[in-house]
Design a protein. Structure first.
Length: 189
């Protein structure tokens, strides 16, 4: 469930970033994905044994905080540099959440149940990939209507809606952090 929530948030980045960037008039918003990919590559090498040193709890909580900064930057930035900073924090956040939550899952289940554990984690990822953009899209529609009824122009209402949608994903990540605290309470790592 923790990874599902993080995947829900992550799936909203590519699902809406191009539209949001266009609304803000930001050219080359696609550089977000280049910076993100390069940062993930670099950080995987630099942080490979971090969970061994600090434990899963510390790495996952730190990663979730970093990932939350991503959505703070996405919601508040109005220039390309802010979005590129968000790309770095996304790499640091989700780039570490995914492998460490998978490793936590495999170390948490008995060896004869690892297939079931693996299938469960992938099912959570699939649900997150579907549910995140779907729910976020419904939120954006509701926020556009709210902004329009408050007298905002079409463009202002759309920027308001996408900004608030990205900011609302911080609450989803807060729920994921609570789950990490509950999951790792048994001193797994």
């Amino acid at each position: 469930a923790m990874l599902m929530l993080c995947v829900m948030a992550n799936a909203c980045i590519p699902g809406f970033l191009a539209i949001y960037g266009e609304l803000l008039g930001i050219e080359r918003i696609g550089l977000f994905f280049t910076v993100n990919a390069l940062a993930i590559l670099a950080l995987r090498f630099a942080t490979g044994s971090l969970a061994d040193k600090l434990g899963y709890r510390a790495v996952l909580l730190g990663s979730i905080v970093s990932f939350a900064i991503t959505f703070l930057l996405l919601g508040l930035s109005r220039v390309l540099l802010g979005f590129l900073a968000a790309a770095f924090f996304a790499a640091l956040g989700f780039g570490l959440i995914l492998p460490n939550s998978q490793a936590l899952c495999m170390t948490s289940v008995p060896e004869d149940r690892r297939n079931a554990g693996s299938n469960t984690i992938y099912l959570g990822q699939d649900i997150g990939q579907f549910a995140g953009p779907w729910l976020a899209g419904m939120l954006v529609d509701a926020l556009i209507a709210k902004g329009s009824s408050a007298g905002l122009s079409y463009s202002e209402a759309n920027v308001f809606a996408y900004s608030r949608m990205y900011l609302s994903l911080i609450a989803v990540l807060a729920a994921a952090a609570v789950l990490v605290l509950l999951i790792t309470k048994r001193k797994i790592g």
